[in-house]
Design a protein around this ligand. Structure first.
Ligand code: GLV
Ligand code: GLV
Length: 325
């Protein structure tokens, strides 16, 4: 029999067609994530699973899948939904989709940055609501972006892409990460700073750290208080990196000027206090959402499944210890 693959949510058709050329494929065609119970029952007996970032893949799910399961390929670069140790113990390869979504994700983050600075959503609503009475010199005053300081927390592929885009606006780049990047420092004149300096000096602070225990609530009440009252916070990483309640209070009390958010602590729920504020823009976790990017993410996930079920190493393994077994 052909190997059997579960796809937990509709992905681009071309990706599914490639899987179906080789494998028996079951896809969740409901327009929603599988519930935990559905996931547990649907993974049973699969050789491979193509998962979404909304699926928690832990020991219980892998045990429900059973010993045939060789790979879980995430349709995402982030993989905080994976229990790496549980998979490694069971000999299951886990993969993500790095590289292909850096442009789309940084572009969305930069779109949020510009839109918050120039109050685009608020201004659009004003016109639609019929409130506009004519040009005025002190009307919808925003923030300059050109020449300002961009702080990047997490200088991975996406953070670097964001820094390059900002450089084209003449922005000064400062960053904090667990390691320095001499190449980017030379190329953009970027300056490595500690977290305190990053908070204090950034006019725009953009978050690109992975969600790991060390980055949970990386931005909370104390950090917001350390930022400039004219600062803007952008989060297109993972919601729990920011204490959302503390952010709502800070935006309400004008501790910082504004925020642009693609991700939330308890998706799809959004802190209700945020939704009443004009100085925050909220979009529903869509940073990698372009036709080509989603197709390329699916391509990597499918390639990894084809490789692993064909006895080859995956291209983008996130638990590489498993390959030594
Ligand atoms: C999206 O959030 C991703 O991790 O790909
Ligand atoms: C993080 O996952 C990155 O690629 O920057």
């Amino acid at each position: 029999a052909k190997p059997n693959v579960l796809v937990t949510r509709m992905v681009p058709q071309e990706n599914l067609d490639r899987l179906r050329e080789r494998f028996d494929v079951e896809v969740n065609t409901e327009d929603r994530p599988l519930t935990r119970e559905e996931l547990k029952s649907k993974v049973k007996g699969r050789d491979a699973i193509l998962s979404m970032l909304t699926d928690t893949i832990d020991g219980e799910i892998l045990d429900a899948a059973g010993p045939k399961c060789r790979i879980v390929a995430n349709f995402a670069v982030g993989y905080n939904n994976f229990d790496l140790a549980a998979a490694t113990r069971r000999g299951v390869v886990l993969t993500n989709t790095p590289g292909v979504l850096d442009d789309a994700t940084a572009t969305l983050a930069f779109t949020l940055l510009l839109s918050v600075a120039r109050r685009i959503v608020e201004a659009d609503k004003y016109v639609r609501d019929g409130k506009w009475t004519g040009w005025a010199p002190l009307f919808f005053i925003g923030l300059d972006v050109d020449g300002k300081t961009l702080g990047v927390a997490g200088l991975g592929r996406i953070g670097k892409n964001m820094a390059r885009k900002a450089a084209a606006f003449g922005m000064k780049i400062i960053y904090n990460d667990v390691r320095r990047d001499a190449e980017l420092e030379a190329a953009l004149g970027a300056r490595f700073v500690d977290k305190e300096t990053l908070l204090r000096e950034s006019d725009f602070l953009t978050l690109h750290v992975p969600l790991i225990p060390e980055t949970h609530h990386y931005i909370g009440e104390k950090e917001l208080a350390a930022m400039k009252p004219t600062a803007v916070l952008i989060n297109a990483a993972r919601g729990p990196v920011v204490d959302e309640k503390a952010l709502a209070r800070a935006l309400k009390d004008k501790v910082i000027w504004g925020a642009g958010l693609d991700v939330f602590e308890n998706e799809p729920k959004v802190e209700p206090d945020l939704l009443g504020l004009d100085n925050v823009i909220v979009v529903p976790h869509v940073a990698s959402g372009t036709t080509e990017t989603r197709l390329n993410m699916g391509r990597i996930a499918v390639d990894n499944i084809v490789r692993v079920l064909g006895g080859q190493p995956p291209a983008t393994c996130v638990n590489p210890d498993v390959l030594k077994k």
